[in-house]
Design a protein around this ligand. Structure first.
Ligand SMILES: [Zn+2]
Length: 299
């Protein structure tokens, strides 16, 4: 397969449209390997995973970007989280197999949010957090996300998201912001590139080498393709953060668990790594000692 775990940004110079093409391979398979997802849960999770690097290329942030849906429908939780440098993780929880669409049947009465964290003061400083609400509208996640961009940026935007168990792929087009003087031309151009993009077959979006695909589809345009950016699975959990969860339980409850279980074992839902804390570790947490990184971490 071509262009593994990569994001290609490009500009169609004549049409004044920018685009992004994303392929996720091991990044996606690592997420899939962590749970036995039914096909339609797998689909919505794969779409969200493929959407993350598209969103991350359009939104300015320096911390984390989180796409989350929480609701009462067959899929009760969907979380995909990405960092500005191309790491991402994701999971879904479900109570029954959902239909493939529309979204309101998949999530029920739900909120779909995009949370943007930036750390202007650096990694150790407090984050500025902004949360945008995405309407649960349309057949697929790509429709809801396009609607979000049209509302928040006032720029026509479209997304195409596909996945199999081996790969998730995403494609996005957005009109570049320019002055209004040639607005009618711009609408024609936008309409034209969308018709062309709709001719892309699913297996081409999945498999075809990026430059070849763009040249084939937008043959009339001048295409500027930027260097590909690597993407990867990255959880970001750590023994230190897990210790923070135990601190959040409170001393009494932590001691209760220790009495019952002998130790506290916490498994990260995003990557399955296990952290165990015995009574000495737990006392250290409540004394405020720093917790040794990677000690006792089983991958
Ligand atoms: Zn983890």
């Amino acid at each position: 397969m071509q262009d593994k775990d990569s994001r290609h940004r490009f500009i169609l110079e004549k049409a004044q449209v920018r685009g992004v093409l994303v392929r996720l391979d091991t990044t996606w398979r690592e997420v899939l390997a962590l749970a036995d997802y039914p096909p339609n849960v797998q689909q919505v999770l794969g779409h969200a995973m493929a959407a993350m690097p598209l969103l991350a290329s359009m939104i300015k942030f320096t911390g984390k970007l989180t796409l989350q849906a929480r609701g009462s429908g067959p899929v009760t939780l969907l979380v995909v989280q990405g960092s500005a440098d191309g790491g991402q993780r994701g999971l879904a929880r479900w109570k029954e197999e959902p239909p493939a669409g529309p979204l309101e049947k998949v999530f029920g009465d739900a909120t779909l949010t995009i949370q943007i964290e930036s750390r202007p003061g650096g990694a150790n400083q407090d984050a500025d957090v902004y949360q945008g609400v995405v309407g649960i509208e349309g057949e697929l996640l790509q429709d809801a996300l396009a609607g979000y961009f049209e509302n928040s940026e006032q720029l026509p935007t479209r997304l195409w998201l596909v996945c199999t168990k081996d790969r998730a792929a995403g494609f996005m087009l957005q009109q570049l912001p320019v002055d209004d003087s040639r607005k009618s031309d711009r609408e024609d151009d936008w309409h034209r590139v969308n018709l062309l993009a709709d001719t892309i077959e699913q297996d081409e979006l999945m498999e075809k080498q990026t430059e070849k695909l763009l040249q084939q589809v937008f043959a009339e345009d001048d295409i500027r393709v930027f260097d590909p950016e690597p993407l990867r699975f990255e959880c970001g959990c750590s023994r230190e953060r897990t210790a923070g969860l135990i601190a959040g339980l409170g001393h009494e409850e932590a001691i209760d668990i220790l009495k019952k279980e002998g130790q506290i074992e916490i498994t990260c839902e995003f990557c399955n790594s296990k952290n165990t804390f015995d009574s000495i570790d737990v006392e250290a947490i409540f004394r405020g000692d720093s917790v040794q990184e990677n000690d006792n971490t089983i991958h």
